[in-house]
Design a protein around this ligand. Sequence first.
Ligand SMILES: O=C(O)C[C@@H](Cc1ccccc1)[C@H](O)SCc1ccccc1
Ligand code: NI
Length: 187
Amino acid sequence: MYLMKDIVRDGDPVLRKRAAKVEFPLSKEDQEFAKRAMEYLEVSQDPELCKKYKLRAGVGLAAPQVGISKQMAAVLVPSLDEDDDKPSFKDVIINPVIVSESVQYGALTEGEGCLSVDKDVPGYVPRHDRITLRYQDVNGETHQVRLKNYPAIVCQHEIDHLHGVLFYDHINKEDPFKAPDDTIMIS
Ligand SMILES: O=C(O)C[C@@H](Cc1ccccc1)[C@H](O)SCc1ccccc1
Ligand code: NI
């Protein structure tokens, strides 16, 4: 499993590169990332284990964030209603492509953070509220899923990492809390 020491921080050029496409069958290194990244997310979302391993909670972890410039990201988005323990989205997305996206924006009301960015950067991060995502899983199977609101926001944050984009690149410099007026605000 990865620890915070394995996470590359803003300033490292790997976070600003466009990551390379992943070939199948996965190499040992790629399989290792998939396993360790999903483990990180699961452990980080367990309050006890999160404290024990001194992790920052995460709902996504992209390969460039551990220095691997390849198009892979683990995503584990818990369902928003606590009692339903089935995640709203859980998979390792490989060579992801957003094949269609809503004109309407969505943004988290609390703004965003990033495991690779230690400073708080306040402001709304306008993203597409709904997306159709095509990706391959660790077995090379192609999936096409429609996501909206929180899971859509998380996948766009992770896919940005594969294109060398960080969340604060999207924040309006003049007025950080300005968002297009029909933006869906997600809490
Ligand atoms: O740095 C990362 O990629 C992981 C981020 C993903 C993220 C997605 C959407 C919006 C904000 C961040 C971490 O999950 S940041 C910590 C966190 C944990 C739980 C919920 C939201 C953010
Ligand atoms: Ni991030």
